[in-house]
Design a binder for this molecule. Structure first.
Ligand SMILES: Cc1cc2nc3c(=O)[nH]c(=O)nc-3n(C[C@H](O)[C@H](O)[C@H](O)COP(=O)(O)O)c2cc1C
Length: 198
């Protein structure tokens, strides 16, 4: 698909076609793009937990969903969930190496939490590749109160910080534009982009 079309077509998909399985090569392409994303100091500190077995996905939803909603009914149809994790420790370790030199591991050095920046970059690469594979995807967060439950269910180490989840699958035939863009206008480029001076 043309890159321009990938960018234009990408939007969050919140209902999936349960009759269409996602092929392994398509999933592999999405994951390959995610791990190929740039990372600060080439730390490569973003990790992915892929849930494809129905019982694993059910366990995820059991650990996180506390009330029924249209959103949940749609999202539960996703045949695949990719849980995105990052490790602040991995970045502190990497930047304590001689070429970076932040041996004191002081958080004040960091102009932004690059461990989350990198996870966002990897997630975006995954979302765009999903479109390129004719798939739909949605990035969503795990509520703070539920992160430990998810860690416990899937044996995720304590140093791993939850960034969010990417649901993946073919869009349901009835799927419609949803979420905030149906209620809020896109801000004009001129409000967000400044040239020369703010
Ligand atoms: C960091 C982040 C967190 C998000 N969390 C959620 C979420 O919890 N639930 C959800 O349905 N969508 C979530 N979204 C999707 C946004 O609502 C969506 O990207 C935005 O409304 C623009 O719509 P579009 O991506 O379809 O163009 C999230 C997106 C980002 C980047």
């Amino acid at each position: 698909m043309e890159f321009d079309a990938v960018l234009r077509r990408r939007r969050m998909i919140r209902a999936y076609d349960p009759s269409r399985a996602v092929s392994e090569p398509a999933v592999d392409a999405v994951l390959a793009a995610a791990v190929r994303a740039p990372s600060a100091g080439f730390t490569q500190g973003t990790s992915f937990l892929v849930l494809s077995a129905p019982e694993d996905r059910a366990a995820y939803w059991a650990a996180t969903a506390n009330r029924d909603s249209g959103w949940l009914r749609g999202m539960r149809t996703a045949p695949l969930l990719i849980l995105v994790w990052t490790s602040r420790e991995a970045y502190l370790d990497r930047y304590a190496e001689p070429d970076k030199g932040w041996t004191d591991r002081d958080l004040a050095h960091w102009p932004a939490p690059f461990w989350y920046v990198d996870a966002g970059m990897a997630s975006m690469a995954a979302l765009l590749t999903a479109v390129d594979q004719d798939l739909g995807a949605c990035f969503f967060g795990v509520t703070t109160a539920q992160i430990d439950a998810v860690r416990a269910v899937f044996g995720v180490p304590d140093d791993q910080l939850s960034v969010g989840v990417i649901s993946l699958g073919y869009p349901a035939p009835t799927e419609r534009r949803s979420g905030s863009p149906t209620r809020r206008a896109r801000r004009p480029t001129g409000q967000l982009v400044h040239h020369g001076r703010w």
